[in-house]
Design a protein around this ligand. Structure first.
Ligand SMILES: *[C@@H]1O[C@H](CO)[C@@H](O)[C@H](O)[C@H]1NC(C)=O
Ligand SMILES: *[C@@H]1O[C@H](CO)[C@@H](O)[C@H](O)[C@H]1NC(C)=O
Length: 362
């Protein structure tokens, strides 16, 4: 009894550890004891030695890792060992995930279905996978987010599909997700419902690049430390956009159509270190940089900035603490570099951090 409590405590403590990007092979090393496969059938005293685990035809099986990639499979094989922890089915020709495809795989941690031809995942297909931590579904033809994704999920990669909408219900209760990669889906202009990410209480990385969304998603969780929204059709950044994102350290907004960043935006993201706003249509340097404590990298190249003022980057006066800027880019803007006064960067230690470049009229 006591040891059961102890192991329960350990499991809880284990969940509380920060996310670690570990290799796939870690999963086959995990919990070597406790599998239950070699248990003696009832009534037998001598240890029962199984014939060796089954392995689906043409797949490679090692410990609990089942590799069935690049085999031209049209469906999920039906004889996957029930103690499998990692199932790799990438680069096949699977068109559909049926209700019972993963029925018995209660120990599955990682499911890789990247680069198939999946158009539909049955609404109950993923429900049995209550230990699933990573679900990789990129490069398929899904039109919708899968329904009933396991609440245990820590990482969802579903870029390069044909999903047009993220509903508020899509990620309901998924409080263990840490990484979410949703890029290259044709989300319609307002295809992401407000609060769709609200339940992701631990999420630290979200990428929604190359999707043509026109607005910054609303109601992003405060745990977020990286947000990549590059190559969309976002036109403006309002102060509210990132309200409450007190952990945000990296923000990618390159290759959008942003013409203005509202005053107050940077004050709402006090721990930002990197801001990528290159390849937009900004006409001035975003306000708030001189007051920001942690900003290090500001990419503003390839915009329409016609003037840079001496107070745009550094606090007023010369006796201020040096800022931590390690990269400022301003090239390919209409402002002639000789008109930018050197004093503009008085708070920057390392002058090589500044890329002013040259602007040539075509
Ligand atoms: C975004 O729009 C462009 C046309 O402006 C189109 O070529 C591209 O396929 C769209 N991307 C997605 C993911 O829908
Ligand atoms: C931005 O807001 C701050 C504080 O509210 C204010 O002091 C500053 O003048 C404003 N800057 C611009 C460019 O409007």
């Amino acid at each position: 009894m006591r040891s059961a409590c102890l192991s329960l405590l350990l499991v809880t403590a284990c969940w509380a550890l920060p996310f670690r990007q570990s290799g796939f092979l870690d999963f086959m090393m995990e919990d070597e004891a406790g599998s239950g496969v070699t248990e003696a059938p009832p009534g037998l005293d001598i240890p029962f030695i199984p014939e060796g685990p089954k392995c689906p035809f043409r797949c490679q099986c090692h410990l609990r890792v089942i590799q069935c990639s690049d085999l031209g499979m049209k469906e999920v094989p039906d004889d996957i060992p029930i103690d499998t922890t990692l199932l790799d089915l990438q680069n096949n020709k699977i068109t559909e995930i049926k209700e019972n495809d993963f029925k018995n795989l209660k120990g599955l941690h990682v499911l890789i279905l990247v680069n198939n031809k999946i158009t539909v995942i049955h609404a109950k297909a993923l429900s049995p996978l209550n230990k699933l931590q990573r679900l990789y579904l990129s490069k398929n033809h899904l039109k919708d987010m899968p329904a009933n994704m396991p609440k245990s999920l820590q990482e969802l990669r579903i870029h390069e599909n044909e999903i047009t909408k993220i509903r508020k219900a899509s990620f309901q209760g998924m409080s263990n997700v840490i990484v979410m990669e949703l890029g290259s889906n044709p989300f319609k202009s307002a295809g992401i419902e407000a609060g769709a990410f609200a339940d992701l209480k631990r999420v630290s990385y979200i990428r929604i690049a190359d999707t043509n969304i026109t607005e910054i998603p609303k109601g992003l969780p405060s745990s977020l430390s990286e947000l990549h929204l590059d190559a969309n059709k976002i036109t403006k950044v309002t102060a509210d956009s990132f309200k409450g994102l007190k952990n945000l350290a990296k923000l990618g907004l390159s290759y959008n159509e942003i013409s203005s960043v509202e005053n107050g935006t940077l004050a709402n993201i006090p721990h930002l270190r990197e801001l990528h706003l290159d390849n937009n249509v900004l006409t001035s340097v975003p306000p708030g940089l001189p007051d920001h404590k942690y900003i290090q990298v500001v990419y503003l190249h390839a915009n329409k900035i016609a003037a840079v003022g001496t107070e745009d980057f550094c606090p007023p006066g010369f006796n201020t603490k040096k800022a931590m800027y390690s990269g400022i880019s301003l090239f390919s803007n209409p402002v002639p570099y000789w008109e930018v006064q050197p004093v503009t960067f008085r708070c920057v230690f390392d002058r090589s951090a500044i890329q002013l470049g040259n602007y040539r009229k075509k």
